[in-house]
Design a protein around this ligand. Structure first.
Ligand SMILES: Cc1cc2nc3c(=O)[nH]c(=O)nc-3n(C[C@H](O)[C@H](O)[C@H](O)COP(=O)(O)O)c2cc1C
Length: 193
């Protein structure tokens, strides 16, 4: 059994939701997980307590959360010593034509932090029109107009996250961590459904 930290940045909660889903899959394999919002982390958190780390961040106006970028840059050496993964949540990942844009955000993150995660996942995010103010709603309708057709109209909340892809990523990351740490998954638990 190993101990896995999932540290994430989030604006409206979609990255938090994905982090919790990944935590569930990893926990079902018999590992301990701690999913923490970087903004709420206790001062005392250090990477020494963990065998492996997953970092998550979402894109807002072309950038990841500052606190996540700073945390990763500050802890780059410690992260290089253990198995790690990174996942990014954006609207670009939900759009076939914008895959390159999403990949560009990942590249920038790697360049800016100097951290090279062992595994990388990119997921579509969500639009929470019910939580946006007037201007944000207008801006997001414009940015996402190619995604908001037919049933997916610009009202209420719309989720573009492919949960099967999230589960597959979590299982792949868990298997990679187990291999690197020389631990075996708990076979008494059934896989994530
Ligand atoms: C104000 C705002 C700006 C955004 N800018 C971008 C962007 O530049 N590129 C992109 O791909 N997605 C963008 N998005 C989409 C978010 O990445 C998506 O809504 C995601 O689910 C947010 O995750 P979070 O709730 O964890 O912050 C933006 C969303 C908002 C609300």
């Amino acid at each position: 059994m190993s101990s896995v930290l999932i540290l994430y940045g989030t604006g409206e909660g979609q990255t938090a939701k994905i982090a919790e889903r990944i935590a569930t899959t990893i926990r079902k394999r018999g590992h301990e997980t701690n999913a923490l919002n970087v903004a709420d982390r206790p001062e005392s958190v250090t990477l020494d307590e963990y065998d492996a780390v997953i970092v998550g961040a979402s894109i807002h106006v072309g950038k990841h959360q500052d606190e996540i970028r700073t945390f990763v840059a500050d802890n780059r050496d410690a992260l290089a010593e253990i198995p790690t993964a990174f996942f990014q949540v954006s609207l670009s990942s939900a759009s076939e034509e914008k895959q390159g844009e999403a990949a560009g955000y990942v590249e920038s993150f790697i360049t800016e932090t100097g951290w090279h995660p062992d595994r990388i996942g990119q997921f579509g995010g969500a639009l929470r029109f019910s939580e946006y103010g007037f201007l944000k709603r207008l801006m997001m309708k414009q940015i996402a107009k190619d995604l908001l057709d037919g049933e997916r109209r610009a009202s209420g909340d719309v989720e573009f996250t492919d949960w099967d892809a999230v589960d597959a990523f979590a299982a792949d990351v868990a298997a990679f961590f187990e291999g690197r740490l020389g631990v075996t998954p708990d076979s008494t638990e059934s896989p994530a459904t």
